[in-house]
Design a protein around this ligand. Structure first.
Ligand SMILES: [Zn+2]
Length: 287
């Protein structure tokens, strides 16, 4: 009796599942199959954590940051400061600790005129292969020198040659409070290609949110700046310091990614803008 019941139940189940699958086949064939509206919702990006490293910033306007590394230079940095003042442009200087100690007055002038100062190490070594202790000493000595010169410490750091590991970025951020600043525009001015080439490379590659790398220790770079500034201004770009650019950064919210379609990263002609990026590492050059 019991066995019989189980057998008929099994038959019943078999029959109904056959019917269901047949119906399913028919439905699939007949319908133009509108995609189910309950399809897997895209998970919100986990990008709400403040970024500790940038090579560009996602901004809502034509803002860019010019950065000048390896100074201050006794002769060239004051020339550059004159040019920046003439154009009412504020820039960011990633300074070498050794040079800060030699020219504290130049740093004081830069700060007085609205520029930002960042740490670029004491003696310009490549952090990537160094012990934590040596990296720490390079940064600390330079932090001390900057504080002694201008009274406040930097909040940003650029590793020489862009050489840094993800692990180093983390502990440097935790210990010094520094964000690691790389770049997305590199005119390779240290190879001294001539002022007009430096200008055309910068003008061609700069996008909203760009961080532009150059050096205030090469005469050709300084010579390139008047035309570079003119042409960037003519394209509508506005110059801010790196920290100001970061403060303008728009994190990609779920709402944004949903309604705006492709993100700036994938839309052609927009920019190599990097969203709160954690590991953008440009190929090491010789900045
Ligand atoms: Zn450098």
């Amino acid at each position: 009796m019991k066995l019989q019941f189980q057998a008929s139940l099994r038959l019943l189940l078999l029959a109904s599942s056959l019917t269901l699958s047949l119906a399913g086949c028919l439905a699939a064939q007949n319908s133009t199959a509108p995609p189910s509206s309950t399809a897997t919702p895209t998970p919100p990006p986990a990008a709400t954590v403040p970024a500790i490293s940038y090579s560009a910033v996602h901004v809502g306007g034509p803002y860019i940051a010019m950065t000048f590394d390896d100074g201050p230079s006794e002769k060239l940095t004051p020339e550059l400061l004159d040019l920046l003042a003439k154009h009412h442009i504020r820039a960011t200087f990633f300074v070498i600790g050794k040079n800060v100690v030699e020219h504290p007055g130049i740093l004081q002038r830069a700060v007085r005129e609205g520029h930002e100062i960042g740490n670029h190490s004491w003696s310009h070594p490549a952090f990537g292969k160094m012990s934590d202790g040596r990296v720490r000493a390079e940064l600390q000595k330079t932090d001390d020198a900057i504080r002694a010169a201008i009274g406040t410490g930097p909040v940003i750091m650029r590793p020489p040659y862009g050489s840094i590991t993800a692990r180093q970025k983390k502990w440097i951020n935790a210990e010094f409070g520094y964000r690691t600043i790389l770049w997305d525009v590199d005119p390779l001015d240290w190879k001294r290609p001539g002022p007009s080439v430096v200008t055309s490379r910068i003008v061609k590659e700069t996008r909203p949110g760009s961080i532009i790398l150059s050096h205030d220790i090469h005469a050709g770079t300084i010579k390139a700046m008047p035309e570079t500034f003119d042409r960037l201004e003519a394209k509508g770009f506005k110059f801010v310091t790196v920290s100001e650019l970061i403060a303008m950064g728009k994190p990609m919210t779920p709402r944004e990614t949903g309604s705006e379609g492709p993100t700036p990263l994938s839309s052609p002609g927009v920019s190599p803008v990097v969203m709160p990026p954690l590991t953008p590492t440009p190929a090491p050059t010789t900045p």
